[in-house]
Design a protein around this ligand. Structure first.
Ligand code: F0G
Length: 457
C-alpha cells in the first residue's frame, strides 16, 4: 500500500451532506433527464463535477475577507494582490477579472484578428470558445502521448515542439498573434507540462517574435509535478519552480477558482505596460474599474492569500496525493482510467469501461448516470455530449476520448469519500454488461451538454 500524506490542516467548519437511497436517486436522475447538470446540489452526496470555485478557503483567507476594502477605486486589497502576483509569479501588471474566461476575453479581444491561428497544447472549452468568438482558429498541438490513455509518460500535457515550429513555418508569423500553453492540461486529463517544454515553447515564441501566454489555472499543481518528476528540480522549492515557469512567459490568464482556492475570481497578468493599459480600458467595459475588475475587495484579498497557500509544499503533497489515492485504487481494481493520474481529477475511460455501448449512445454520460444512482457521486462527461455537433455535417463531433471526469475539489473531501467513489465504480464494473446507452431527446445548438435531456435505450 502506498503512503498518502494526511491533510495538513484540521477541520474547523463542516457542511452536512445528505445521503439519499438508490431508489430516490434513480427517480431524481430520471426527472433530470439523465443530465447531472440538472440535479440540485442537495441531491448529490459527493460532488466531483468540478474543482472550479468549489474549494474550501482557509481561516486565513476568511479572515482576509473581513478586511475587504470596498472602495470603488484604489482598494488596499488590489495592492495586496498586486504584491502577491509580483512576488509569486513575477508579473509587474495585472487586471482582476470576475473569473478565468473574462481574462481570456480581455487578452484575446486585444490580440486576435479574424482568421488568426492560436496554437495551444490543448485549448480548454472557454479558451476555444473565446478564440472562435473573435473569429480566430484554435489549434491543439499537444504531444501524441496525450491521446493514449495507458501511456505513462510523465508530462503528457507537453506541447509538441516540432508540430509547433512546423505550424508556424507553414502558416507564417503574421497570422499567429500568440501562443498559449495550458498548465496543467485540463482537456488532456489534468496532465502536467515539463519545465523543459515550457522553456522550449518560449524559445520558439521568441525565435519567431510571437507573444507567449500561459493558461495558469493549475500552475502550482503543475509545479509540484515538475518538482517530483523532472530531473534537476527535486531540490528546488515550489515557489522557485513557479517563478521560473512564469519567467518564460509574457503573461498569463488565471482562473483563481482553481489554484488560488477561492469561490470566484481571476486575473490577467502581464509584463507589457502598453498592453496592460489597453486591457485596463477594456476591463472597464466588461469587468469594472481596473482596481476591482468585477470582484469585491474581499475577493481580491482571498485570492492574494490563496496564492501563498497553494504554493506550500505540504498542501500540494496532500492535494496531488489525494488525486493519486483515488487513481491508484481504481487502477488496482482494474478500472480503466487515463494514466498516470492527473493533478485535479481522475478521468475514467468510458470506452474501455463500457465497450458494449457505442460512442453514439454516449457511454461516458451513461456511466456518469450509473455512478450517481449507485453512490450519489456526480462526475462530469467529457466526451461526445460535450463535443457537440460538427456544424458542417450535423453529426456528432466524436472526440478521440470518451471520458467521465471525477474532479476533486481542494481541501473538501476526505479519502473516505474517495473510497465511496471506488466502491461504487467497482460495483458498476461487475454489472457493466447490463448497462444500456442513452439517446438524446432534447439538445440546444450551443453548449448542449448543460441542458440536453436523454432517455435510456
Ligand atoms: N482554463 C482552464 C484550463 C480551465 O480549466 C478553466 C475552467 C478555464 C480556463 C476558465 O476559467 O471557469 O474561471 O472562467 N475550468 C472549469 C472546469 C470550469 O470545470 O474544468 P473560469
Amino acid at each position: 500500500m502506498n503512503y498518502f500524506p494526511a491533510e495538513p490542516f484540521r477541520i474547523k467548519v463542516v457542511e452536512p451532506i445528505k445521503m439519499t437511497t438508490k431508489e430516490e436517486r434513480a427517480e431524481l436522475v430520471r426527472e433530470a433527464g439523465f443530465n447531472l447538470f440538472s440535479l440540485k446540489s442537495s441531491e448529490v452526496y459527493i460532488d466531483l463535477l468540478t474543482d472550479s470555485g468549489t474549494g474550501a478557503m482557509s481561516d486565513y483567507q476568511w479572515a482576509g475577507m473581513m478586511l475587504g476594502d470596498e472602495s470603488y477605486a484604489g482598494s488596499k486589497n488590489y495592492y495586496n494582490l498586486e504584491k502577491a502576483i509580483k512576488n509569486i509569479l513575477g508579473f509587474p501588471y495585472f487586471v482582476p477579472t470576475h473569473q478565468g474566461r473574462a481574462a481570456e476575453n480581455l487578452l484575446l479581444s486585444l490580440l486576435v484578428n479574424e482568421n488568426d491561428y492560436i496554437p495551444n497544447n490543448m485549448h480548454f472549452d472557454t479558451t476555444k470558445a473565446h478564440v472562435l468568438h473573435k473569429k480566430g482558429i484554435p489549434v491543439d498541438l499537444v504531444i501524441d502521448e496525450a491521446y493514449d490513455p495507458t501511456n505513462n509518460y510523465p508530462f503528457k500535457g507537453n506541447m509538441d515542439l516540432t508540430k509547433l515550429e512546423n505550424f508556424i513555418l507553414d502558416k507564417g508569423t503574421d497570422v499567429i498573434p500568440l501562443i498559449i500553453l495550458t498548465i496543467t492540461c485540463n482537456s488532456g486529463g489534468g496532465q502536467p507540462v515539463s519545465m523543459e517544454n515550457i522553456k522550449g515553447v518560449s524559445d520558439i515564441a521568441k525565435k519567431y517574435k510571437i507573444p507567449f501566454y500561459i493558461d495558469a489555472c493549475r500552475f502550482s499543481e503543475n509545479a509540484f509535478f515538475i518538482k517530483t518528476r523532472e530531473p534537476g528540480y527535486e531540490k528546488k522549492s515550489i515557489k522557485e519552480i513557479v517563478k521560473e515557469t512564469f519567467s518564460y512567459a509574457d503573461g498569463c490568464t488565471m482562473s483563481a477558482k482553481k489554484d488560488a482556492i477561492v469561490n470566484i475570481g481571476g486575473y490577467l497578468a502581464l509584463r507589457d505596460k502598453d498592453l496592460h493599459q489597453k486591457a485596463s480600458s477594456l476591463a472597464v467595459l466588461f469587468e469594472g474599474f481596473p482596481t476591482y475588475g468585477g470582484l469585491a475587495g474581499r475577493d481580491l484579498e482571498a485570492i492574494a492569500r490563496g496564492l501563498e497557500e497553494v504554493t506550500e509544499e505540504s498542501y500540494l503533497n496532500y492535494r496531488i496525493g489525494q488525486v493519486k489515492y483515488l487513481g491508484d485504487k481504481l487502477i488496482e481494481a482494474g478500472i480503466p482510467i487515463i494514466e498516470p493520474p492527473g493533478g485535479h481529477a481522475i478521468y475514467i475511460d468510458a470506452s474501455r469501461f463500457l465497450p458494449n455501448i457505442p460512442q453514439k449512445e454516449f457511454p461516458a454520460q451513461a456511466l456518469g448516470v450509473e455512478l450517481y444512482i449507485e453512490s450519489g457521486v456526480r462526475g462530469v462527461e467529457i466526451g461526445t455530449v460535450l463535443a457537440g455537433r460538427d456544424p458542417r455535417t450535423g453529426d456528432h463531433d466524436y472526440p478521440k476520448l470518451e471520458l467521465l471526469r471525477l474532479t476533486i475539489p481542494r481541501r473538501v473531501y476526505t479519502n473516505n469519500h474517495m473510497d465511496v467513489v471506488v466502491e461504487g465504480l467497482k460495483k458498476i464494473y461487475q454489472r457493466k454488461d447490463k448497462i444500456s446507452g442513452l439517446e438524446i431527446t432534447y439538445e440546444s445548438d450551443i453548449l448542449r451538454h448543460f441542458t440536453a435531456k436523454f432517455k435510456k435505450i
